[in-house]
Design a binder for this molecule. Structure first.
Ligand code: GDP
Ligand code: GDP
Length: 479
């Protein structure tokens, strides 16, 4: 049985019109279309803790529930929500979760601003009128003054007219007009959104995760001393091929182009790897922000783990970052030359216990020191990227879904059996699926579906995301 592909969903899902369910599927048409690869511009909300970023984000969302993005088991520190204003849809990215100690604060807020400059289409810098501009705000301002991405200065907590003069004094920050709002009360937020829409480009900037024509981007990540720079040197040295020019590409000076397996790869943020001394003096938090920014800039992360030492929390945190960012992943167990029989057995047990988060990641055992198996990294990266780019047709997905759900229906909730109506792949990079259902699906069942999806279609090396859209009950025979 064949189904029409994405784009035409107002049909009977099994080819025969069934009054019980198919009206609902037909009614999904509008919703599903909304999910078909519409690139949306991103507004990043940055600022130090407690200025009211989250309150502002909630205000912008107007409590409308946004895309339900389920990435089980990981803590997220940047979350994007879908919002709309005056008929335009955009993503709001909340960076509210970053709360380092006071010492790291200035660095972290500045770094956050830098990241937003690289990835967002507009930036809202939020400051608090009740405290005025602090040193941390000024650190962010210094970064944002050289931003090519439009920046809108938001002065929050202007709950009444009395505070307006104080707010106006923030013209002095040199970021243009301070837009006064009270996120808590909604004062001024409509005007602010008008300004934001004005600043947003029609089409989003080329997404890092969007198909590009240049070399594929790789981040070498892992905790200090796992061998990242040794590996880069080995890869670059072996092929004597650090390239500086590939027709039609401009290389960020912090990146390295290396030819491997006959084609150039862009290793991102390698300047950070080389700048050992600077790194060593930074806090662990700062190092972690660097890692985050490298991952964001990459399409695939090669995560190094020191195979000669027990797997640590810190290793797992970096893995979470990759999965969280939705990047393809290759696990490289390095220093294999130091691994003896005993350690090897221990390691296998550690992997079974600790690596449950990313059972889909591919594994390569290497030695950056001797060069053992480093050539296996290229096919692993290629497979991971293929999975990351993969698109499954709506027809195939729904044939699969029907079989799986018929064999193993979701558990009852509140005495009702939620029905799973339809699935479509909304995006690639990473593959993201939207399930339309009549009721909440438990995390266990969502994981089950992910497992079966992987078994059927194979997504080795790539995270996949499954969002659930619950259809609200509506009057069936309505007009
Ligand atoms: P974030 O850390 O920047 O995300 O800040 P939050 O959104 O968590 O807000 C920090 C505190 O400021 C909370 O106690 C909010 O209730 C308060 N707050 C946020 N917006 C306003 C506002 O417009 N006026 C006042 N008076 N308080 C606000
Ligand atoms: P980075 O901090 O992750 O960039 O790690 P480095 O590349 O600086 O490596 C840290 C230390 O581990 C150095 O002393 C390297 O010589 C050593 N090292 C890196 N890879 C290997 C390896 O495969 N085997 C052994 N025995 N040592 C290694």
């Amino acid at each position: 049985m064949t189904y029409p592909d994405a784009g035409a969903v107002g049909y009977a899902a099994d080819g025969v019109w069934n009054d019980e369910t198919d009206w609902e599927i037909a009614a999904l048409e509008g919703d599903v279309e909304g999910y078909e690869h519409v690139p949306m511009p991103t507004v990043a909300v940055v600022g130090r803790p407690n200025v009211g970023k989250s309150t502002l984000v909630n205000r912008i969302l107007g409590r409308r529930e946004a895309v339900v993005e389920d990435v089980p088991g990981v803590t997220r520190d940047r979350v994007s929500y879908e919002a709309s204003w005056a008929g335009r849809r955009f993503l709001v990215q909340d960076t509210g979760g970053w709360e380092p100690d006071a010492k790291g604060l200035q660095q972290s807020v500045a770094r956050q601003a830098e990241l937003a400059m690289r990835t967002a289409d507009a930036i809202l810098l939020v400051v608090d009128v009740t405290t005025g501009a602090t040193a941390t705000d000024e650190a962010a301002v210094r970064v944002l003054r050289r931003s090519k991405t439009p920046v809108v200065l938001v002065v929050n907590k202007v709950d009444g007219e009395k505070l307006e003069a104080e707010a106006a004094s923030l013209w002095s920050l040199g970021l243009g007009e301070p837009h006064m709002v009270s996120a808590a009360h909604g004062r001024g937020t409509g005007d602010l959104l008008d300004v934001v829409l004005e600043a947003l480009p029609e089409t989003p900037r080329e997404d890092v995760a969007a198909p590009g024509s240049g070399p594929r981007r790789v981040a070498l990540v892992g905790k200090p001393n796992v061998g990242k720079s040794s590996l880069l040197n080995k890869l670059a040295g072996d092929e004597r091929s650090v390239v500086h020019d590939v027709a039609g590409t401009t290389v960020d000076p912090v990146d390295s182009l290396v030819e491997l397996g006959g084609k150039p790869w862009r290793f991102v943020d390698t300047a950070g790897l080389r700048r050992k001394v600077a790194n060593a003096s930074g806090t662990e938090f700062y190092a972690s922000l660097r890692t985050k920014s490298a991952i964001e800039a990459a399409e695939v992360a090669v995560m190094l783990i020191d195979a000669s030492q027990p797997i640590t929390e810190q290793d797992l945190r970096v893995i979470s970052m990759v999965a969280d960012a939705g990047r393809a992943l290759v696990l490289a167990y390095n220093k294999w030359d130091l691994v003896d029989e005993d350690r090897r057995e221990q390691l296998e047990r550690e992997i079974d216990r600790e690596m449950v988060q990313v059972p889909w990641a591919q594994r390569v055992n290497i030695s950056a020191h001797t060069g053992r198996a480093v050539q296996k990294l290229v096919p692993a990266m290629e497979t991971a990227l293929e999975s990351w780019d993969k698109r499954i047709s709506t027809g195939r997905l729904n044939t699969w879904l029907k079989e799986v759900v018929a064999a193993t229906p979701p558990p009852m909730r509140g005495g009702r059996l939620p029905r799973v109506l339809f699935v479509t792949q909304a995006t690639t990079r990473p593959p993201t699926f939207v399930l339309f259902t009549t009721g909440f699906l438990e995390a266990g069942y969502r994981r089950f579906l992910e497992r079966r999806l992987r078994e059927e279609f194979g997504f080795d090396g790539s995270p996949v995301r499954i969002s659930v859209r619950v259809r609200e009950k509506r009057d069936r025979r309505k007009k």
